[in-house]
Design a protein around this ligand. Sequence first.
Ligand SMILES: Cc1ncc(COP(=O)(O)O)c(C=O)c1O
Length: 472
Amino acid sequence: MKHSNSPNALFPNNTEKSKTLTNLHHVLQKVKNQTANHKVTPNADISTFRQQLNAIDFNQSIELTEISNWTIHQLQHGLVQMTHPGYMGLFNPAPTFPAQVANIICNAFNPQNCVWSHAPVAVEIESHVLNHMIARIGMPTTATGHFTSGGSEANATAFVCALHYKNSDYAENGVTSFAGQPCIYVSKESHLAWLKIAATAGVGRKSIRLIATDGQGQMDAKALQKTIQTDIKSGHIPIMVVATAGTTNAGKIDPINACRKVCDEHEMWLHVDAAWGGALIVSEKYKNRLAGIESADSITIDAHKWFATSMGAGMFFTQHKKVLSSLFSVSTDYMPSNDIEQDLYVNSMLWSRRFIGLPLFMSLATVGWNGYAQHIEHGIDLIAYLAKKLSQKGWQLVNHSDMAIACVLPPENSRLTPSQIVEKIIQKGEQWISVTKFENQYVIRICITNGMTTQKHIDDLINNLLESTNND
Ligand SMILES: Cc1ncc(COP(=O)(O)O)c(C=O)c1O
């Protein structure tokens, strides 16, 4: 690679910047135009890559264009490609174009959103989006929200808010302020980052109760009630129920209203983890599938999942504004202010924070709720199409999700297991799908995450699935 002798490579002059950016735009465009014709799966020779990487030892400087082109080449060949229309995998979207533009703008200014007075315009753009989200969800207008690094941070925020709500001594004295083991109730189909969250919140993994599901991937409300009653009898302290709205495995929605009832009965916090499925709120046709979400004490919705912004952008909403500031408030001399109404570092987990909400703001502003509704409904329609076509060939849809995700099984006479079929598909490299366990059986999981996936791409997947089982 060409070595750089630029005296000021970190902060070059405008001419050099323009030259670099023109090249970058050109190369990226070319690579992106090729994505759909390349494999969705990585094909990099990892030992060559490692050799090249090890040669970059930072003792010599490399021209920025050289290192950019090298990095782009590595990413083109060394990633599962989220922007490929055949990526039908985990909740990792192809980012919207307005989100990509937003990131360019954000990087140009690098606003510090932790304190209002440093970035009043950026903070207020975020609040504007969040308030519209709150109205769309149907939460009371007194509810508040903030952007997070992702769903895990939003869920962790819910966790500590619930602990503090139950016992206002928690912020000062931690778990020792509870007279018994605090317990949190999630379904066994929930996103198991809850275990990590419990470990780091100081209550320990044993505080998580994995409630049985009803055979359809949804939390069994009777089992929930029974577990809580047993815990109370044993001297434990029930804190929070988490209803997942859009399980990671299968896109199922826990019975939110039944969970609310249980929470009211036992004075518990209800959190709805709608990290992926929360995007249904944009669709007039489908938003009633989330009925009851508005009654939650807190909600997680990720912008970087079905809203298809770039990572990492989550959102946390709560009806209990004061709990946030009781937990996160600090006073320091070096910060310009510590206003709990509008300084995000005193009412959320993060301190320094980027302008996380801009990609969602620009995406929403560009297409409106209706445009997003089309995006969501398109995904649901494609999955319905896939399920219908596959069932005509003897395949079975097992999850019947209200969202854009299908868990399927091959015809009974297939000699290949779901893992073997998925392996064949991934080896071919035209689609990326996965295998998971749903209600105790291995299934093939197909999820629409890319707004550019069309019926033709679904037909291609169906052909590959049928071909893989015909040749078994
Ligand atoms: C239901 C659910 N909750 C939480 C998370 C964690 O979100 P993140 O990956 O943004 O931290 C995920 C991730 O897939 C999820 O599916």
